[in-house]
Ligand binder design. Structure first.
Ligand code: ZN
Length: 224
């Protein structure tokens, strides 16, 4: 034991060797404990500074939730859309696509030469799923050229994003206007209603300005 103690002193800090000669050599053993006790107030002080910094910046810390986005749902009223970061593909076999976003040759008489959505070809009757948590703002079997059509509004990291799912099968609507849906929740089934040349999902995406953007690029960048 004496030998071990001697080793500790000889390999310890010079301060420890000095205090070992004093009346209460164990005082030095407690010294590190005092250090860790004084650390606690320091930790709390850091938290306080972070809070002040958040307020002065006028923004939101990583932990704090941003204000909810409110959707105006016809017949339902204002519905707050919970922020969501989880994004999923609207169908399985999402890699089977027929037509991308942008200029194209019109595939039918009344079809547009600018494709304002992206087409998925997972097969007739494949479940169509919401790309993220959100609120259903449109669910109709009479969407004109879009046929059986569902629109969902999302709060993606504080930004209002709308996804529109078109040409689904009659009788396949699984949601109603005002419904809160979660990412991956079934909205309907892939069909060919409206202005469609065959069973496919036509997905349109747009922000608060209503301008359609390339949903495939958007999804590709976000789907984990
Ligand atoms: Zn399309």
């Amino acid at each position: 034991m004496t030998f071990v103690g001697g080793m500790m002193i000889s390999t310890g800090l010079p301060a420890l060797a000095v205090t070992a000669n004093e009346a209460e050599p164990r005082a030095s053993v407690y010294a590190p404990v005092e250090d860790s006790i004084s650390y606690e107030p320091q930790h709390l002080a850091v938290s306080g500074e972070a809070e002040v910094k958040t307020l002065s910046a006028g923004g939101y810390s990583v932990e704090a939730a941003p204000p909810p986005i409110v959707s105006e749902v016809a017949g339902v009223g204002s519905v707050s859309v919970v922020k969501s970061g989880l994004v999923v593909w609207p169908v399985v076999s999402w890699e089977k696509r027929a037509s991308g976003f942008g200029p194209r040759e019109a595939p039918c008489g009344g079809c547009s030469t600018f494709h304002d959505g992206i087409d998925f070809n997972p097969g007739n009757g494949t479940p169509v799923m919401s790309i993220a948590d959100g609120v259903v703002v449109l669910a109709t079997e009479n969407g004109g050229g879009l046929g059986v059509n569902v629109e969902v509004q999302h709060n993606i990291d504080g930004e209002l994003i709308t996804s529109s799912y078109a040409h689904m099968q009659y009788g396949s609507l699984a949601v109603s206007v005002g419904d809160q849906v979660t990412a991956g929740q079934q909205l309907g089934l892939v069909g060919s209603t409206g202005q469609s040349t065959g069973p496919h999902l036509h997905l349109e995406m747009f922000g608060a300005d209503g301008v359609r953007f390339d949903g495939f690029a958007w999804l590709s960048a976000r789907v984990g």
